[in-house]
Structure formats: structure tokens, C-alpha cells
Design a protein. Structure first.
Length: 236
């Protein structure tokens, strides 16, 4: 039974059957998929007027960069598993270690960003109301709302709550906050899932690299023949 076997023996059996290598490739495929998802989230955030105006573009740009880097490194891990290359496993392990540390720092920064962003959003809305009312008009149409906290709080146009083709009777703050928190939560959960997949891949890659190195060394070890000198009586 597996429960009674030593962990090393269990890994030996997995490695011998190729399961360890398959799991390593699957974890890299998962990480690469999440990386592509990060790139999509980042690109959407960059071109999303609402998120860009109120959340800035730092988080979307960070998501694009990390997603692209993770996807490329995961491809290195997949190719290393297919080719069973010790050098690629070593390069992969070093790159993943650095990227995981960067990801954890980025996720920590996003996690610590204030949950109460009303005052920050109000400043952005006031600035747009004074200098760029067209952006407010676009947000109101997109989110089907009028004004900031209410239809009488800096609306564009001033009668958007009753104007024909508008008729939106609620303020935009709640919808903007909901959209911002949803984007933030998506990035956090996807980021932690990506880090988890990479850590598992890193451990499996290190184990596979060690096993391939031991196997290669074993192939080139020259076995010394045992010299049979016979009985002392025969030598005499």
C-alpha cells in the first residue's frame, strides 16, 4: 500500500512510470493558462475607461507583464519535461523562484490596497467633472447611472436622471466600487492559483532534475571488474 511506503519509494515509482513528469507538465500548463488569463485581464483593464480612470493602469500593466513572463517560463518547463533536459530544469527552477517572489510582492501590494476607496474615487470624479465631463457621460451610459453618489451629485448632463434616453435614477459610486473590487478579487485569486501551480511545478522540476542528473551520472560510471586472485594455496 502507498500509505506504508516511504515517500522516496513512492516518488521513485511515480518517476519510473512517468507520472511525475506528466504532473509537472500539467502544472505548467495550468500556470501558462492563468498567465494568459492575466494578460487578458491586464489588456482589458488598460482599455477599460472606468477601471483606468479610477484604478489607474499600474495593476493592469503589472498583470500583463507577469502573465507574459509566467507563460514563457511555463513553456520552458513544458519543453524541459518533454526533452528531459537537466539544463532546462535548472534554468526553469531559477526563473520560477525569482518570478514567484515578484508575484508574491505584487499580490501583497494589491491585497494591502485600501478597501475604502470612496474618497479617492470622489477626487477622480470631481477632476473629470471639472475638466473632462465627456468621460463622466460615458461612464453613466456604460454603468446606467447618474451622478456620483446620487443623480444630483455632479451629474453629466445635469438632468440625466430624467432626460430622455437616460432616465438613470441611481448614483455611480456603488457600481464603480463593485467593478473595482471584482477586478481586484479576480486578480488576487488568479494570482494565488498561479503561484500555487508554480510552486508545485518548481518542486517537481527540482526533483526531476535531480533524478535525471543521477541517472546520467550512473550511465557514465565505469564499473571496475572484481579481480579474482584465487585461493592463497593456488598462488603458492
Amino acid at each position: 500500500m502507498v500509505a506504508t511506503e516511504g515517500f522516496g519509494e513512492y516518488l521513485d515509482r511515480l518517476a519510473g512510470s512517468g507520472t511525475l513528469r506528466v504532473v509537472h507538465m500539467v502544472m505548467n500548463v495550468v500556470a501558462a493558462t492563468i498567465g494568459i488569463f492575466f494578460v487578458i485581464i491586464g489588456v482589458t483593464g488598460v482599455f477599460d475607461t472606468t477601471y483606468k480612470d479610477f484604478g489607474g493602469i499600474t495593476v493592469p500593466i503589472t498583470a500583463i507583464v507577469l502573465g507574459a513572463v509566467v507563460t514563457m517560463i511555463s513553456l520552458v518547463g513544458i519543453i524541459g519535461s518533454i526533452k528531459r533536459s537537466q539544463q532546462m530544469y535548472a534554468a526553469y527552477s531559477g526563473l520560477v523562484t525569482l518570478v514567484v517572489m515578484a508575484e508574491l510582492i505584487a499580490l501583497l501590494v494589491i491585497w494591502l490596497k485600501p478597501h475604502d476607496v470612496e474618497s479617492q474615487f470622489e477626487k477622480v470624479w470631481q477632476k473629470m467633472y471639472d475638466n473632462d465631463p465627456g468621460s463622466i457621460k460615458y461612464i453613466e451610459k456604460d454603468l446606467r447611472c447618474c451622478g456620483f453618489k446620487s443623480p444630483v451629485d455632479m451629474p453629466v448632463p445635469a438632468n440625466c436622471s430624467v432626460k430622455k434616453h437616460y432616465g438613470f435614477t441611481t448614483g455611480c459610486l456603488d457600481m464603480i466600487e463593485h467593478q473595482w473590487h471584482a477586478q481586484r478579487s479576480t486578480i488576487l485569486w488568479a494570482g494565488f492559483a498561479m503561484v500555487g501551480a508554480q510552486i508545485v511545478s518548481l518542486l517537481l522540476g527540482a526533483e526531476l532534475g535531480r533524478r535525471y542528473m543521477n541517472s546520467r551520472n550512473g550511465e557514465y560510471q565505469r564499473v571496475q571488474p572484481v579481480r579474482n586472485e584465487g585461493s592463497p594455496l593456488l598462488r603458492a
